[in-house]
Design a protein around this ligand. Sequence first.
Ligand code: GN1
Ligand code: MG
Length: 376
Amino acid sequence: MSALDGSRLWRVAEAFHGEGCVSAIDPLGSGNVNDTYLVNSAGGLSVLQRINTAVFQRPELVMHNLHQLSLHMQRKLQQGHPALGSRRWEHPQLICTRSGDQTWHCCEAGGFWRSLSFIPQADTVDVIAGAAQARELGSGLGVFHSLISDLPVDALADPLEGFHITPLYLEAYRRALAAAPPPTDDASRFCMAFIRDREALAPLLEEAKGRGELPLRPIHGDPKINNVMLDRSNGRAVALIDLDTVKPGLVHYDIGDCLRSCCNPLGEETTDLNGVVFDLPLAAAILEGYLAEAGALLTAQEVALLPDAARLISFELGLRFFTDHLNGNVYFKARHPQHNLQRALVQFRLTASIEAQMEPLRQLVRRLQGTQGQPA
Ligand code: GN1
Ligand code: MG
């Protein structure tokens, strides 16, 4: 996406907040797909985002889902919900444009924009601080799943077809490889060999879904570590943000993404490949937190495949990053030409570390399943 010059960006913000009412606009967060800004206006702080329409080719479907989710969450927060207890919980609300009550604004000079309420007194982290935080990150995802568990999947559109369908990423990788002479550098050759050795792994979740063993549920789609907001006063999870990928899917995509992003203590942007490990005690804390909130929703078959999900979603993200590297960095924002290759190597190291600990991870899940009582 091309950058938007300052005065145009200002006019986009004014479309939501009124002419002359915006006092500051600053870049926010570290998202790999959309552009995000913190806007200070007469109404206070808000979050302005340009949806990447090369990725979300039908952004109106994203907005449809956000609206459905928002109505659902408003009801839940008004009625109260057992998952919340004394926990503060917030949901980003859509802010309408000044002219008409559209929840988005199309700017001729650049794209599809929307504005969301800002969650105050809360922060995100890119790298995990320890087991207590891991437990909260898992709890946050569990609370979110619990709150949306009765949002009917047919109320949600599919704004990103093929998202988390690993065999389709494998096909896209093969197309990218076929489009140009194969790279010969050591890092790329490592990635190609790593993928070749694990091709058979790709359909694991989709085949279980096809056999009717795993139900479609409403999911977040992208609950990585920095999409969970933590209350500044007590560190408790207070909101899930970045809701563009909310759609019907498998809980495994979410739990796998949470595990792969939280249990990699160096974070996904590290360049210290030798230091990349999957930290099992952190995984224990995340799963304890998650299952305490949402364990009762899951079937025994779903729980049994959680270790495989951690492995597969790490592998899948490595495959996605490497494919994007081969394609010339057209999907994930890259700060330098080797950035997505570097990110792929991190995810493959992480996958290998998970593989080396598969048996203890399975034992951990069995132990937690036992302490949860028998799921449905
Ligand atoms: C992208 O945009 P962001 O950073 O929230 C991607 C996720 C990846 C993540 C890896 C729509 O998320 O699937 O896991 O990068 N989002 C989309 O950091 O592809
Ligand atoms: Mg995202």
